[in-house]
Design a protein around this ligand. Structure first.
Ligand SMILES: [Zn+2]
Length: 349
């Protein structure tokens, strides 16, 4: 057992390194040169980082998270029980390694120039939003007529692998003036090992910066599945901001011939537009919702049923923490959902 003074003395240097890292990355986030460097680093490292884990059939990143969480719990318990400096030192070393890797491989990408700066700046009017909402309603209605259903008449994706390959192909064809990132060569998108836990959290998917793997919850409704996969794979290209990943995923779907991918992405666009117009005109939103085709209404009912069945403390908690996480990463939490709408409208009009 060490004295309190001893514990502080023995761990001082690791604690100082951690604080120095916070400061250093904060300062670098303000420098265009440094942000550009990390953006280039990401483009270079994805050439080997993605293939490194792509052949593993399950999510290696999830296994790393489980082992690390178990190790951290063990070290915390031991440091409380034995009161020796070495357990705290190990905790600080893990903290330093994780923070450094996270910032180099991902965190700094949040400070890249926003995608919207590459597009023509236009003022978005209420009538633009409404016109686009009606356009996407009609697109979704037409697409939905041609899609596979389950025995309850709800849209069903039967082959997720085909969709993943289609997105990989479409990423290579993205317009260069919007997406200047190197395309990825290997598929590394996997069902999350935490999928039943994810049902309860409302999280559809996530990107692991340590393994470059993209994870998704395979249990989510089929209306959300193809677009979630496209969104997570956009993170692998190097788009950290949520709304930008959604927009790049949307562009991949836009040019694809896969109706399942089209419908999922166009429905996401429609829902985002409805959320945007509902701020000032709830009557219009309700009118559009009641104009959904019967098939679309069935899909919507199924989505609502899925959310309702998994509602609880966890989904509330993750809603809040996701909000805080986005805010701490230069995004504006749920409010920025309109950033996707901004990108969409600028692209469309
Ligand atoms: Zn995301």
């Amino acid at each position: 057992m060490d004295t309190k003074k001893n514990i502080i003395q023995k761990n001082k240097s690791w604690a100082i390194i951690l604080v120095a890292q916070f400061l250093l990355f904060y300062i670098m986030s303000k420098s265009d040169f440094a942000v550009n460097f990390f953006s280039q680093l990401f483009d270079w490292k994805k050439k080997w980082h993605i293939p490194l884990f792509s052949e593993i059939s399950f999510s290696a990143g999830d296994v790393i998270y489980i082992i690390t969480a178990a190790l951290i719990c063990y070290l915390i318990l031991m440091s409380i029980k034995c009161r020796t400096a070495k357990y705290i030192k190990h905790l600080l070393i893990i903290g330093n390694i994780f923070y450094f890797t996270y910032q180099c491989f991902w965190g700094m990408l949040y400070f890249q120039a926003p995608l919207i700066t590459k597009m023509k700046n236009k003022n978005i009017s209420e009538s633009d939003l409404k016109k686009l909402t009606i356009k996407y309603l009609n697109i979704c209605k037409a697409e939905r007529e041609l899609l596979n259903e389950d025995k309850n008449g709800v849209f069903k994706v039967y082959d997720a692998e085909k969709i993943k390959n289609e997105i990989l192909k479409q990423q290579k064809l993205l317009p260069k003036k919007i997406c200047s990132k190197n395309p990825i060569q290997n598929l590394s998108i996997k069902p999350s090992l935490f999928n039943s836990f994810m049902n309860k959290t409302g999280i559809l998917g996530y990107y692991n910066p340590f393994t470059s793997e993209a994870q998704y919850n395979p249990n989510i409704p089929s209306t959300q599945l193809p677009f979630t996969i496209a969104h997570e794979m956009s993170h692998q290209l190097g788009y950290a901001r949520e709304q930008e990943a959604s927009f790049i995923g949307f562009l991949c779907a836009k040019r694809s011939n896969s109706l399942e991918l089209n419908y999922s992405a166009d429905l996401y666009a429609l829902k985002s537009l409805l959320r945007a117009v509902s701020v000032n005109d709830n009557v219009f939103r309700n009118r559009i919702l009641s104009s959904f085709s019967d098939k679309m209404k069935k899909d919507r009912e199924y989505e609502m049923k899925f959310i309702k069945a998994n509602e609880g403390i966890l989904s509330d908690f993750f809603g809040v923490t996701n909000d805080l996480f986005l805010k701490s990463n230069q995004q504006e939490g749920s409010v920025t959902y309109s950033y996707f709408v901004n990108l969409l409208v600028m692209y469309e009009i």
